[in-house]
Structures are given as C-alpha cells and as structure tokens.
Design a protein around this ligand. Structure first.
Ligand code: GLU
Length: 480
C-alpha cells in the first residue's frame, strides 16, 4: 500500500545526523511503497525557529537527494487548522480550561513527589463561576488541557518496538493550547498527521512518550492514528549519546568537510537498519528496494565518523575520473580554494585529480596532499626538522636525486622512477631515507602525493628548482 509519510523537522538548528536519518528512513518508506513524502516544518516555536535554519535543512535534504512530493508546509501558516481542532475538542468537552498558575502547578508536582506519587498534572475542573470571573477580571487567560481518561491505557503497536503500553494514570492532562492561545507541539503534530492523511510516522525514540498523547488527540477528533515506527537512539562509538564531541556534525558540515553524498547516505541508512549485516554500500535504488522497517533494530545505533571516512574513501575511489574531478573542483570552489589563484589552477586540479584519487579520505584532504603545487615552496616545520636531523644525509639524498633527474630527457613518471630506483641501488640506501628528503625538498611536506607523480605534476623546471632551493638552504647550515 502506498504510504503517506512525513518528515517534520523543527527549524531551530541545523539538520544533524539524527534528523537526517529520520528524514532518510521516512523517505525510503515513501519511495519503497510508491507513496508520498511530505515535508512539514514545525516552526511553532517562534523564538527558536529561524529562516536560516529552515533554508539549511532544505539545502541538506536536497543534497542528500531526499526530494519531497508535498510541502514544505509550515505550521506557522496553519494556525486556523489548529484553532478549529481545539474548538472541536472544547465543544466535545474533551479539553478543559486550566486556570492554574505555574506556581500552583509546581506546588502540585512537589506535593505528588512528597507523597511518592508520579508528578502528573491534573488541572482543577471545579472552579466556580465567581472564581472564573475573578481570574478573568485579573486578566488571566486559561491554558487548555486534554482530559486524560485516568483508568485507561494506550497501546502503540510499534513497528520497531512491538507493543508498548502506556497507563493513562501516568500521563498528565497535557496542554493542547497555551494561555496565549497558541497550540502545543502535541496538538499541532497530531492534527497535522491526521489532516495530512499520514499513514506512517517514523521518528526518533525520544518521541515515544508523545505518541500516546497524539493518539488520544487524533481519536478524540474521530480519526484513527497512523502507524508508528520509533527508531533507536544514536550513540557515539563510546556508547554515549551522540553529540558534537563525536564529530557528528550537521549534514552541511559533513558536506563542507568533503564527504560525498552516497557515503553520507549509506552511513545514515546503516544507523539502525541493515540488510544482511555485511553490505555497506547500496545505490539509492537498492536502498529503496531493500529498505524495510522490519529490519530496523531496537538497540541503539552507533555513528562512527571513522567508518564514514573509510566509506567515503571507497566511494571516491569508485568514482570515474571525470565525475571525481568535477566533484573535487566543485568542492574546492565552495571552499574558496580558487579565490586567490589564476585560471590555470582549475586545469591543474583536474590534471592531478587521478593522482590523488586513491589517497583521499575526504575531498578536503586534497589541500593537505596537493596544496603544495599551488604555492611557492614552503617547508613545514616538522618536515624541516626531519631534514635537518641529519643534514649530510639529506643533502646526499636530494643531491643524488637531482643529479639523476637533471640527466633525464623525458620527464615522465616511468623514467623518473627508473632513474631514482637506480640511484637508490647505487647508494645502497633504504628507500625511505633516500626518497623522503626529496619529497620534502619538492613539496615541503612529509605527506603528499607520491614522489614520482609529484615530480611529474610539478614539471621539470619547477621540480628541479625546488630541489636546488632546498639544497641551498641545507648547505647554509652545513657550512655554518
Ligand atoms: N518536530 C519534531 C522534531 O524536530 C519532530 C516531530 C515528529 O516527528 O513528530 O523533533
């Protein structure tokens, strides 16, 4: 049956890993069933909702490819719908005016705790007409609370968690409209799910305790609640609740730090879902085909940035040369890499792309690996330290390499490699001791693109110029 599924973020911050996973699972259910994906922005918290966050969420969803069929609806545009639902609940006597002040409610809660009862708020419903007139004269307006039937239960038949029973005795008479008339989240979400004909609600486990309240509202309005799937919490590798500490950035930050869309999408898909416990790479079509809520695990999911890095590297290596070069150039452009460079820089990036592809974990690694090619030689402090640890040996290695390279007719990778290998044998050096100083002389770094390809990339004049420059610096300390 085609499902109508919604993703309902609150635009009060960026789209983080948890929200993106909810968005993806919901989207997959919609697509798997040939149904509809509804986007609803729950922006009733006017103080915390911002247009920037809204725009950011939409951008992140678009980048992930989670296109929506309806919306974005904004709860802030739907005030009338909620007011009319609240009116219907008032008319049916299901909600009542709650005149208590916050201080009075707090007293109720403290009293309950002292008597070892759950601090479940129930408003007074026996105010006299005079008392009410008195409140009104003071300018008070009531909140409206849902009268929970204390003896009953609500059972959620949850796709992930099975049957979950909530005793009504433990559920407070929750507020549906605040004293300023605005609807609460539980009212608005329930009314929207009902009015929008949502068939399946897929959301984080942290919403589980809201579900019986929303089900009561929907039933009180004469409809049947949707089906629910509460997906497990996400933890970091240390089993603590996922936070920034784990590098669990927003989707946009992941993108900015050079993760590619298929890697992020697959990592999200595997947060609590698995197909066969071993496959980690799916195409979008495979995900749509294979995804099922039945295979969502009850136990917490672990988000491990390291695993995402590994996956990202694999996706980068799988890309064909042109797609990879395009992605790299686009990423560098977004990062402002070309801002201070001339027009040749992009062509150079495309030229080096094949040489760096194997070595990148994220697109962001490019600068660390190959940025040296785009600026004059500048030897990093740790690299200089390693060169000067044994100046004589460094001079020998760089000088020996230079002597051979100068003799080459063709400055091509194979010729370069043969010549340097040959020299290596003559010197009887270990390869590292011979090549590492040359890498530093050329790139200024200890980690870079491979030495042979780096030489080709720099070109004969530039490369040999850098060797000579480094030798001169070393010679200065040698004689000193
Ligand atoms: N707006 C809620 C949130 O961002 C989600 C509500 C829901 O999925 O029902 O947490």
């Amino acid at each position: 049956m085609p499902a109508r599924v919604r993703f309902a973020p609150s635009p009060t911050g960026n789209l983080h890993v948890g929200g993106a996973r909810t968005a993806l699972f919901s989207w997959l259910v919609a697509r798997h069933t040939g149904g509809t994906y509804v986007l609803r922005l729950e922006d009733t918290d006017r103080e915390r909702s911002t247009p920037e966050s809204e725009a950011q969420i939409l951008r992140a969803l678009e980048w992930l490819g989670l296109n929506w069929d309806e919306g974005p609806y904004r709860q802030s545009d739907r005030g009338e719908v909620y007011l009319s639902a609240i009116d219907r609940l008032k008319d049916a006597g299901i909600v009542y005016a709650a005149w208590e002040t916050e201080a009075e409610l707090e007293r109720q809660r403290t009293d309950a705790r002292q008597n070892k009862r759950a601090p479940v708020v129930r408003g007074r419903r026996d105010w006299t007409a005079e008392q009410i007139a008195g409140f009104e004269a003071e300018g008070r307006t009531p909140a409206w609370r849902f009268a929970v039937e204390v003896t009953g239960q609500t059972v959620i038949d949850d796709y992930v968690r099975g049957e979950v029973t909530f005793e009504h005795g433990a559920i407070e008479d929750f507020v549906v409209a605040r004293s300023d008339g605005t609807p609460t989240y539980n009212l608005a979400a329930a009314v929207d799910d009902m009015e929008m004909g949502i068939t399946h609600v897929i959301r984080g486990e942290d919403h589980l305790s809201n579900t019986p309240k929303q089900m009561m509202v929907i039933r009180a309005l004469g409809a049947e609640p949707p089906e629910y799937a509460h997906i497990p919490l996400i933890l970091g590798p240390d089993k603590k609740r996922l936070s920034k500490r784990h590098g669990a950035a927003s989707v946009e930050e992941l993108r900015e730090s050079g993760f590619v869309q298929p890697a992020v999408l697959n990592a999200l898909a595997l947060l609590g879902w698995s197909f066969d416990d071993k496959t980690t790479m799916f195409t979008v079509d495979e995900l749509i085909e294979k995804f099922s809520v039945a295979r969502i695990s009850k136990s917490p999911a672990i988000f491990d940035l390291k695993k995402l890095e590994v996956l990202n590297g694999r996706y980068l290596r799988m890309m064909d040369a042109d797609a990879f070069a395009d992605a790299l150039v686009a990423h560098l452009a977004r990062r402002g890499f070309f801002a201070d460079k001339d027009a040749a820089a992009e062509a150079l990036v495309r030229e080096i792309a094949p040489a760096v592809k194997r070595k990148l974990t994220t697109l962001d690694d490019f600068e660390a690996l190959a940025g040296w090619l785009f600026r004059p030689l500048e030897i990093e402090p740790d690299a200089w330290e390693s060169l000067t640890a044994d100046v004589r040996k460094s001079i020998q290695a760089i000088g020996g390499g230079l002597a051979r390279l100068e003799l080459l007719d063709a400055f091509e990778q194979d010729e370069i490699k043969d010549a340097l290998q040959d020299q290596l044998h003559i010197l009887g050096e270990d390869a590292r001791g011979f090549l590492e100083p040359q890498r530093i002389a050329l790139t200024g770094q200890r980690v870079s693109t491979g030495i042979y390809e780096s030489l080709v990339l720099a070109g004969r004049d530039e490369a040999l110029g850098r060797y000579r420059q480094t030798l001169a610096r070393l010679a200065d300390i040698w004689v000193a």
